[in-house]
Design a protein around this ligand. Structure first.
Ligand code: XMP
Length: 516
């Protein structure tokens, strides 16, 4: 394991991902963790991330000198670099020598461990107020900028390295190479972490955890629950039952995809519950978004509990159903503050969240993985692209894409319009460029139109194509006009009650991705 010590900015997750891209396993730990505890994890190397503080601020995170004396290779970046410099006796000045954004780095020793084979002058991403003016004793200065005399230092004997900039961001043109040089040359690590190892390890871990007992898993149709279920199924076979609740708010073809494609690829034991009547009845006349979400969440829990009771009743003599499989991912684990310990189920992330009083132990085979790694594991397990490359879709489904009350007729309309938009986006090869494209029916709005010889009075639908990296922020996608034109023509021709197609050109913030 390579430990990434998080000094409080968003950079730690990105660094951990970059390390894994270099095929070395990494984990994030908070900077508040005592050094002895970090070392007890027996890391192959430690990376110190950047952070928002200045080393001169009172209360700024510190590090024990021990960390640098344990013989473990260390690489400091930005704040981590300055901390290293200060702790080891170098000089960091608070002289107003700021640098933000793209900066030219002069590499003064091309033969260095970090910079070998990279250009003498390269573009890097800087973001700092303080600057290192003298490296600690025993360190060679290997790069500088116009503003900062010491922008990188290296000590091969002690295997300690640092750079003032952010090698993990894309704008640092040789950043990945430099990180790999640290891992492979500096720390002597062999890159061997792959998704097929993950699959083997997880299968062994699941078998050890579940033993000969049984587990259930709620399938949402999304990537995470599908991959988690496929892994558990590989491990324990028919002792896993998946439950798929069809709430009637799914998109066209989605239920079939779970029933046919997923079962086809995995052979999983699946219980499909058609609960659309029940959800529609509960949603009758409700147009407030929060209300809708609550109702859908509540009904989901009831249906799931009923299904669980049925599974037990169907085979009462089998081992008890003691485990619940969840597709929790690493970013959720990091954000909820812990690598280990009790799981924290985000209610947002499943349909309303599963009931808290369910008496289950959780099986979370993806809790150390990033989204792109989950997709790779899915591929490794032989899941079809339609499932593995699927764009995000909210748990409450089309229920929160109808502005106004939800009815069967409105759902049918929206399902058609949505299917057309998806078909055209796929045909234009845009699926990987956009994050997702909600199609929203403004059910309570009507506008006048003309079709053939007649006047129409129909509903508008909104296209909401967005690009994003993590859904926290998003920008509206600049789709080609001809694609927009085809979608608009087809929807207004093929979906009778829709006479207008409009484009949402709002970023997030201030808009959210969904309309409700
Ligand atoms: P917003 O609308 O908050 O959406 O910008 C951010 C991302 O989350 C998805 N989303 C949900 N996913 N259950 C989910 O599993 C939900 O209740 C839910 N609401 C929004 C949304 O599609 C987008 O990808």
């Amino acid at each position: 394991t390579v430990l990434v010590v998080d000094f409080g900015a968003q950079y730690a997750q990105l660094i951990a991902r970059r390390v894994r891209e270099a095929r070395v396993y990494s984990e994030i730990v908070p900077s508040s963790m005592p050094v002895a505890e970090m070392l007890a994890k027996r890391p192959r190397a430690i990376i110190l991330s950047g952070g928002p503080s200045s080393v001169y601020e009172p209360g700024a995170p510190r590090l024990d000198r021990e960390l640098f004396e344990a013989g473990v290779p260390v690489f400091g970046m930005c704040y981590g670099f300055q901390l290293m410099a200060t702790v080891l006796g170098g000089t960091v000045d608070n002289s107003g020598a700021r640098e933000y954004g793209r900066t030219a780095l002069e590499v003064s020793r091309p033969g260095s461990t970090l910079f070998e084979g990279t250009p003498d002058r390269q573009e890097v991403w800087m973001s700092h107020g303080d600057a290192c003016s003298a490296a600690p004793e025993g360190f060679a200065v290997t790069a500088s900028t116009d503003v900062v005399p010491v922008a990188a230092f290296e000590n091969d004997e002690k295997r300690l390295y640092g750079v003032q900039y952010h090698p993990e961001v894309m704008h640092s043109t040789h950043g990945q190479q430099i990180l790999e040089h640290f891992l492979y040359r500096g720390a002597g690590i062999t890159p061997e972490w792959t998704t097929s190892n993950v699959v083997d390890e997880q299968i062994a871990a699941i078998r050890a955890q579940v033993g000969d007992r049984r587990a259930i898993c709620g399938l949402s149709g999304g990537v995470d629950s599908a991959v988690a279920a496929a892994l558990v199924q590989r491990a324990i076979g028919d002792r896993l039952t998946c439950v798929y609740v069809d709430h009637g708010l799914m998109r066209k073809g989605e239920t079939e995809q779970v029933e046919k494609d997923f079962v086809g690829a995995t052979g999983v034991r699946l219980k499909v519950v058609d609960a659309s009547q029940r959800f529609l009845a509960a949603l009758d006349g409700v147009s407030d978004p929060e209300q809708k979400r609550k109702i859908i969440g509540r009904e989901f829990i009831r249906v799931f509990e009923q299904a669980q009771a049925e599974i037990v009743a169907e085979a009462p003599n089998d081992q008890p159903v003691e485990f619940l499989v969840q597709g929790t991912l690493y970013p959720d684990v990091v954000e909820s503050g812990g690598g280990t310990g009790t799981a924290n189920i985000k209610s947002h992330h499943n349909v309303g969240g599963l009931p808290e009083d369910l008496e289950f132990a959780l099986v979370e085979p993806l809790r150390m993985l990033f989204k792109d790694e989950v997709r790779m594991v899915g591929q490794e397990l032989g899941l079809p692209d339609e499932i593995v490359q699927r764009q995000p879709f909210p748990g409450p489904g089309l229920g929160i894409r109808i502005v106004g009350a939800v009815t069967r007729e409105r759902l049918d309309l929206l399902r058609e319009a949505d299917a057309i938009a998806r078909e055209e986006l796929t045909a234009a090869g845009l699926d990987r460029d956009i994050w997702q494209c909600p199609v929203v029916l403004l059910a309570d709005v009507r506008s006048v139109g003309v079709q053939g010889d007649g006047r129409t009075y129909g509903h508008p639908v909104v296209l909401r194509p967005v690009s994003s990296e993590d859904a926290m922020t998003a920008d509206w996608s600049r789709l080609p006009y001809d694609v927009l034109a085809r979608i608009s023509t087809r929807i207004t021709n093929e979906v009778a009650e829709v006479n207008r197609v409009v484009l949402d050109v709002t970023s997030k913030p201030p808009g959210t991705i969904e309309w409700e």
